[in-house]
Design a protein around this ligand. Structure first.
Ligand code: MN
Length: 412
């Protein structure tokens, strides 16, 4: 059995932004819708943050309940860190494909999951809303609840509190089953009978999702609208074990219980399995850090070696050149290399006028040397030849035989 999925979301006709989010990941076997709420655009942040975190947690092998519990904490912490996001929250109605053809549904809030099976359309999730509680208590009929002015008040949401109570519902999928995940922007605008009629009529899941959104808009589009239609059809499943195959965990050898292995084993996501507890948060953070380090350390080493090599290359040589008419010894390479600029090692007292034409030509081409000794030897040659030439000039001009040190050149 495999899943064929169609999804559609729309701002609607009244709201300025779309605070709904959805995620459909066939390889991971994850489907989710979220309806964010909060001032300004915080609702968008809440629903997107929740589903990003949900996806990451499912990818790391967590069961749907723990994945939503962690997503709740992600939204809660993000809200606490930013004044503009304070108090934001979101619904989450999500499902993962567990062992075999079992779909595990995790649910918080008033988004919904419906199942169309053998022509019969039924709601799988219970709304965590004020009016739903009033219906359960017999204070309202379902018909009254559907049009109640306070029907959008929800009693449970993701991100409002540090902890969250998640409903988990398993569904044994059968061939031909059709699921609908949707936000209240759909169910507030359309009667359940009309939704069912459309789902029975339109066989293509993408066209069905788009048609539902279009009808909700036609009916007023008072809220953001999201519909995800999932068909269980014959075929090879695309879903691979998310933890073990998609994201091999290099540091998980101490913790094999987190990686679902043999599919014949009872699923750790089994809602009756109360022994399964969320991993301590510090440990998950530690594992995330370790996972990053496994990749980051070699990369940083290569970068450091690269920088070192460039630095060594840039700084390993010396060159002699003319700087403002003066002969100067530099450490480094002429012009520098990738930000490693040459530095002055020695300013000699030799000026251009002390040099022969050939020596001047050499210096305009920057004489480079592999060591400081070689460079100083070259400078010594320049000085000796300058001394000799100045001595010759003096003996030619005068009978005085005093030699003048080259460090105090006599003006011509
Ligand atoms: Mn809504």
């Amino acid at each position: 059995m495999k899943l064929e999925i169609g999804a559609s979301t729309d701002r609607g006709k009244v709201r300025e932004g779309n605070e709904d989010s959805f995620v459909v990941d066939e390889r991971m076997g994850l489907i989710a819708v979220a309806d964010g709420m909060g001032g300004h655009r915080a609702g968008e942040v809440a629903s997107a943050t929740a589903l990003e975190a949900l996806r990451a947690n499912v990818a790391s092998g967590l069961a749907i309940r723990d994945a939503i519990v962690n997503a709740n904490l992600s939204v809660f912490e993000k809200a606490a860190s930013d004044e503009d996001l304070l108090g934001m929250g979101t619904t989450v109605t999500a499902a993962t494909v567990a062992t075999g053809d079992t779909l595990l549904v995790g649910h918080v809030g008033d988004s919904r999951l419906y199942l169309l099976r053998d022509g019969e359309f039924r709601r799988v999730t219970e709304d965590h809303s004020l009016v739903e509680e009033m219906v359960r208590d017999g204070q309202l009929t379902r018909e009254q609840a559907a049009v109640h002015p306070r029907r959008s008040i929800i009693t449970r949401s993701v991100g409002i509190d540090e902890t969250v109570d998640v409903d988990v519902v398993p569904i044994e999928l059968g061939l031909g089953d059709r699921l609908l995940f949707c936000t209240d922007g759909l169910t507030d605008m359309l009667r359940e009978d009309d939704i069912a009629t459309l789902l029975r009529r339109e066989s293509d899941p993408q066209r069905a999702a788009a048609a539902l959104v279009a009808e909700a808009n036609d009916a007023g589009g008072e809220d953001n609208i999201t519909a995800v239609v999932v068909d269980a059809v014959a075929g090879e499943s695309l879903v691979v074990n998310p933890a073990a195959a998609l994201f091999p965990d290099p540091v998980s050898d101490d913790d094999s219980s987190e990686v679902p292995g043999d599919p014949s084993e009872p699923s750790p996501e089994d809602p009756s399995n109360d022994g399964e507890r969320p991993k301590p948060r510090w440990r998950r953070v530690g594992r995330a850090v370790a996972r990053v380090l496994v990749w980051a350390v070699p990369i940083l080493l290569v970068i450091a070696i690269g920088i070192g090599a460039v630095g060594w290359y840039a700084r390993s040589t010396y060159f002699v050149t003319l700087d403002d008419d003066r002969v100067v010894l530099y450490k480094g390479r002429p012009g520098g290399v990738l930000g490693w600029d040459p530095t002055v090692e020695l300013e000699t007292d030799l000026s251009a006028s002390d040099l022969t034409g050939a020596q001047l030509d050499d210096l305009t081409n920057d004489q480079t040397f592999g060591s400081r000794e070689d460079a100083e030897e070259y400078l010594a040659i320049l000085e000796r030849s300058a001394q000799e030439r100045s001595a010759q000039e003096r003996s030619a001009a005068t009978t005085t035989t005093t030699t003048t040190p080259v460090t105090e050149p006599v003006a011509p």
